[in-house]
Design a protein around this ligand. Sequence first.
Ligand code: AMP
Length: 222
Amino acid sequence: MVTRALDLVLLGPPGAGKGTQAKRLAAAFDLLHISTGDMLREEAAKRSSLGQEANGYMNRGELVPDELVAKMLSKLLHSRTAALGCVYDGYPRTTAQEALLEDLLAELNRRVDVALYIGVRDAEILARITGRRSCPSCGAVYHLATQPPKVDGSCDACSATLVQREDDGEDVVRQRLKVYRKHTAPLLDLYRSRGILREVDGAADPDAVFGRLREAMGSVAK
Ligand code: AMP
């Protein structure tokens, strides 16, 4: 049986829980999780030329120029790991990126099948992001108040010392929210006009939000 690929865009402000939900959706539907933010952070940690170029933009809460992100995405989409479809987390973030994604998918006879929007209010976003800590080694994510690690400051899965992302301080988060509203929020109307936008309330625990997302996907799911 030939299964058609499924391409799913996750939208929402920073801190909406896209990373957590993208991982779960990818596992549930056997899709590749593409997080451009994670990819850029990996490049920055490796100190590659791309990472060094991207780092300043990220630390200021600004968008990394489209062409830098486009190169990474194009390579990944043409890889075999992306053949069954992908969950896009943090991409597209501008209308130009949306157009590029459609072009890249069209080369593979695919298109974005569904755009899932996770809505969360600004006050909750600030509380969520400033309390967020992550494991630099295995990528696990914690929250000081709502999902603390068993041992203070150390990853439950691999015991590495947890860190705060450099762009998770309050001033940078406010800037990221501004950038989100200006450049990324307009994509909601675009996907809505195509009839593929599904909106869920993200103000709940991750299990509940995951249930809402699955329900919102309805008949789109394989
Ligand atoms: P995220 O992990 O998705 O919150 O992304 C963290 C930072 O990486 C953003 O604030 C941007 O500086 C950069 N970034 C991630 N994805 C993109 C993208 N698609 N286009 C431009 N910059 C991005």
